[in-house]
Design a protein around this ligand. Structure first.
Ligand code: C5P
Length: 237
C-alpha cells in the first residue's frame, strides 16, 4: 500500500509493500529562504530525480553507500528506509552563500582546504549552525559518528569535485544528509542535486543551481537541464 509518510518542501515520502524501503517523489516546487520564497516549476522534480539518481549511482561505484536503490519513474525513486540524522552536513570548497555573509569572505574565494559544517535540521529554528559541543549536548550524534560523517563528507567531496571538474563545472559547496539503516549503519541519504549544491560553469562562472531561483538570475530548468546534459543524462528540451 502506497501511504504518504511525510511531505517536505521538495519531496514526498511514501511507504511501499516492503517495510525496508520507501518511495521518494520529487515535486515540481522550488522554495528558498526557509520557505519564504516559493514557486511551482514544471520539470524540476524530474530533473532532480534524474540528477540525484545519476550521482548516487556514481558514488556507489566509488564505494560510497547510500539509501538509493533505483529510479522507478520520471519523478520517483525507490530507496532504503533509514532514520535521518537531523543534521545538514555542508561541505565548502569556495566561499559563497551564508559563509560569505557570516564571515565576510568574498564570494568566489577559494578556501585553503574544504570546510565541513554541521547545521541543525530544524525549519522552526532556521537550521542554525552547530558546534560539536552543541551536537553532543543535543544528543544528535556521538564523537565517533561525527568523525564518520566528516570523513564520508570529505570523500564525497573529493569524488564529486573532480567529477564535476571534468564536466567543466566548479563544485562550490553542497549539503548532505545521512541516515541510519536497521543495522545502525550510516548511509548517505536525501538528494544531491542543483537544489543542494552550488555549481558554477568553470569558464563563465555562470550559476547552474538553485541560486538562479534564489536570486532571480534566469530559468531554473535551463540551468538544471545544462547540469543533466553534462552528466550525460537525457535532455528533455
Ligand atoms: O546557504 P549556505 O551557503 O549555507 O548553503 C551551503 C550549501 O548547502 C548550498 O549549496 C545550499 O544549496 C545547500 N543547502 C541546502 N539546504 C539547506 C541549506 C543549504 O541544500 N537547508
Amino acid at each position: 500500500m502506497k501511504e504518504l509518510l511525510y511531505e517536505g518542501k521538495a519531496k514526498r515520502i511514501f511507504s511501499t509493500e516492503d517495510e525496508q524501503t520507501v518511495l521518494i517523489e520529487y515535486k515540481d516546487s522550488a522554495t528558498a529562504f526557509n520557505g519564504q520564497k516559493k514557486a511551482d516549476i514544471t520539470g524540476k522534480g524530474r530533473l532532480n530525480n534524474e540528477i540525484t539518481s545519476l550521482l548516487f549511482l556514481k558514488l556507489q561505484e566509488q564505494g560510497i553507500p547510500s539509501h538509493f536503490i533505483k529510479r522507478i519513474s520520471e519523478t520517483e525513486q525507490l530507496v532504503k528506509r533509514v532514520t535521518i540524522i537531523p543534521l545538514e552536513v555542508v561541505v565548502r570548497n569556495i566561499a559563497a552563500g551564508s559563509l560569505s555573509k557570516r564571515l565576510g569572505i568574498e564570494e568566489g574565494k577559494e578556501l585553503t582546504k574544504p570546510l565541513v559544517e554541521f547545521y541543525l535540521k530544524n525549519d522552526d529554528l532556521g537550521d542554525p549552525l552547530l558546534t560539536r559541543p552543541h551536537i553532543y549536548e543535543l544528543n544528535i550524534a556521538t564523537k565517533k559518528e561525527i568523525t564518520i560523517l566528516k570523513k564520508k563528507a570529505l570523500k564525497i567531496n573529493t569524488f564529486l569535485s573532480s567529477f564535476f571538474n571534468e564536466l567543466g563545472i566548479n563544485l562550490i559547496d553542497f549539503k548532505l544528509e545521512f541516515g541510519k539503516d536497521a543495522e545502525g549503519s550510516i548511509l548517505l541519504a536525501d538528494e544531491i542535486s542543483p537544489d543542494t549544491c552550488r555549481l558554477w560553469d568553470k569558464k563563465t562562472n555562470e550559476k547552474l543551481d538553485k541560486d538562479v531561483f534564489r536570486r532571480d538570475l534566469g530559468s531554473l530548468t535551463e540551468a538544471y537541464e545544462t547540469i543533466l546534459a553534462r552528466l550525460g543524462g537525457k535532455q528533455h528540451v
